[in-house]
Design a protein around this ligand. Structure first.
Ligand code: COA
Length: 253
């Protein structure tokens, strides 16, 4: 199993770093793991070489979840160095998108493209979510916000199980990191090509957040995926994979 050692702790990722192609490093969102990119892994054709990380305290990675996007940003930096990938495409969902945006602002030379899925330049969190998490409860309503109303039942049930099995402290750290994130004034500094993807029914990071990214990022394309919610890459993988494949080809030109 592919593990690296970061800060003397095991860090898990899926994929094969030695495979030829353009490394595409996928970063999951709050309380998630590499499995959130399951359908991208299965289907993205070469030259994309998908690699998906478990952030510290998530999935199979050791350590504790972090409560600041800049801490995750720098952890991913150490991770990419240990992985020995260069000139890669950085993809992030929700909190992972915030990490990707923070990364490109701090380390602009290292990334050749950004894929921003269900995310935004500011990620305020409903105070009621944070309040419940401080009481060590994962808010039930969060699940309702994750998927579009007609998302497959099986997917929603899986999401439910994942939430039940995730320590509320992990969500609290992640959502605190999101709540304090705001780089709206810095977007114009980003020069690399970007693909922005959002489900039309996303209630956690509504389409207006993605439209804002599109307006402010110099080289970007926006794909609004009809009928999908916040977990768009799991809900509508074919449409998401089509958009990513086309973007990877464009970045290569
Ligand atoms: N991109 C662009 N504009 C943004 C933005 C983003 N990512 N985030 C906020 N803004 C803008 C809003 O459009 C709004 O502008 P307006 O006054 O011109 O309409 C302004 O900033 C204030 O934002 P808003 O989100 O309405 O802040 P608020 O303090 O009034 O409300 C919440 C806070 C938490 C209720 C609200 O942000 C929300 O419902 N968030 C989604 C739920 C959630 O918890 N998401 C988790 C994200 S990980």
């Amino acid at each position: 199993m592919p593990y690296l050692e970061i800060d003397n702790k095991k860090a898990y990722y899926s994929g094969n770093k030695n495979r030829k192609g353009i490394p595409l490093l996928f970063c999951h969102g709050s309380g998630g793991g590499h499995h959130h990119w399951h359908y991208q892994f299965k289907a993205l054709p070469p030259p994309a070489n998908p690699l998906a990380v478990d952030l510290p305290g998530h999935g199979r990675s050791e350590g504790a979840a972090l409560d600041d996007i800049s801490l995750y940003r720098d952890w991913i930096h150490r991770f990419s160095k240990a992985l020995e990938i260069q000139n890669f495409i950085l993809a992030g969902h929700s909190m992972g998108g915030a990490i990707a945006l923070a990364y490109i602002l701090q380390y602009p030379e290292e990334v050749r493209g950004l894929i921003l899925v269900g995310t935004g330049a500011r990620l305020r969190v409903l105070p009621a979510f944070l309040e419940e998490l401080r009481q060590h409860n994962v808010p039930e309503t969060m699940l309702e916000y994750l998927y579009a109303p007609d998302a497959p039942e099986e997917l929603v049930n899986l999401g439910h199980r994942e939430m039940e099995n995730t320590d509320p402290a992990v969500y609290l750290a992640d959502l605190t990191a999101c709540d304090n994130f705001d780089i709206r004034e810095n977007l114009h500094q980003i020069e690399v090509p970007g693909l922005i993807i959002c489900g039309s029914e996303d209630r956690l990071t509504p389409v207006k957040y993605s439209r804002f990214l599109k307006e402010k990022l110099p080289q970007r394309r926006l794909e609004i995926i009809d009928g999908a919610g916040h977990m768009v890459m799991l809900e509508k993988p074919e449409a998401v994979n089509r958009a990513i494949t086309q973007f990877v080809e464009e970045v290569l030109i």
